[in-house]
Design a protein around this ligand. Sequence first.
Ligand SMILES: *Cc1c(COP(=O)(O)O)cnc(C)c1O
Length: 244
Amino acid sequence: MTEKASELDKSRLRDIEYNYKTIEENIADAAVKAGKAREDIVFLAATKTVEPAYINHAISCGLKYIGENRVQELLAKYESYDLNNAELHFIGHLQSNKIRQIVGKVELIQSVDSIKLAKEIARQSELKNTTTDILVEVNIGGEESKSGVAPEALEELLYEISNLNGVHVKGLMTIPPICDKKLDICKYFSRMNKLFIDIKGKNMDNVNMEFLSMGMSADYREAILEGANMVRVGSALFGPRIYV
Ligand SMILES: *Cc1c(COP(=O)(O)O)cnc(C)c1O
């Protein structure tokens, strides 16, 4: 974590810069096709396994949002991120007993899928005299192995969360099932967008449907075309992940 610039892989730095520009162009292009402007879409980099020096290089290229998946890793890297120029989110599966460690450190927790988690985030936020913004994660494919609230249970969960002080719902997030065909993934994205619009129309107190977070390296363009205004891109920016 304390590498000097000279010890960094120069070709990887160049790749990141090139990838950043390419993704930016693709997002701008998809935004226009979706009837939006580039500024309407949040480009968040999923930074799991990536060393802070490379993350900060992407930030120096113009990246403004980063997201980590694991509390342990986030805490280990926390002091090294250039958070003067980027906003940190939590996007991974969350356990109640780890919430205390990230409240106050992250701007948005994207992966809340139960009243239990929401209550604990609210409790920890109130202890720190703050309010934490969250997205509710939806299991749009109804997969047993995946986290996220079932679409049928979403509204009820939002009503429960809306009564809590200390948390503020800002939208929805999803990780759809892995699909071989682009057409299949688009079906899930479109279903999510319908849900998003439907909930937005209900104008629930303390619930803002500002962000629809969906789309990753393989399908962020399709996601934007289907209504996403926040995409989470990892490997297309940083290259393949190396787990150690
Ligand atoms: C890793 C990750 C991503 C990005 O995945 P890529 O396919 O590398 O773009 C997006 N969202 C979440 C929640 C992730 O864990």
